[in-house]
Design a protein around this ligand. Structure first.
Ligand code: FES
Length: 73
């Protein structure tokens, strides 16, 4: 788990706009980054994001999961 680099994946995926939800989004993304995309979306259920529609947040989680796999190999 790479919490220090998570904001890069969130930034690269354009997973936030106003930043209101960012703290919860980052924590949930890191905590659920070993999950598949459906479970990543479910894991964000407690975060209210009024800007993004969540697709880019899930994309950031996918990017983080893939980055973690690259680090493991
Ligand atoms: S980026 Fe604005 S509420 Fe999530």
């Amino acid at each position: 788990m790479r919490i220090a680099s998570c904001p890069k994946e969130i930034w690269d995926a354009k997973a936030f706009q106003c930043g209101f939800c960012l703290a919860g989004t980052v924590l949930c993304t890191v905590a659920s980054s070993n999950m598949d995309d459906a479970d990543l979306a479910t894991a964000q259920a407690g975060n209210l994001c009024r800007c993004t529609g969540y697709q880019n947040i899930v994309a950031a989680g996918t990017a983080l999961r893939n980055a973690d796999r690259d680090d493991d190999s």
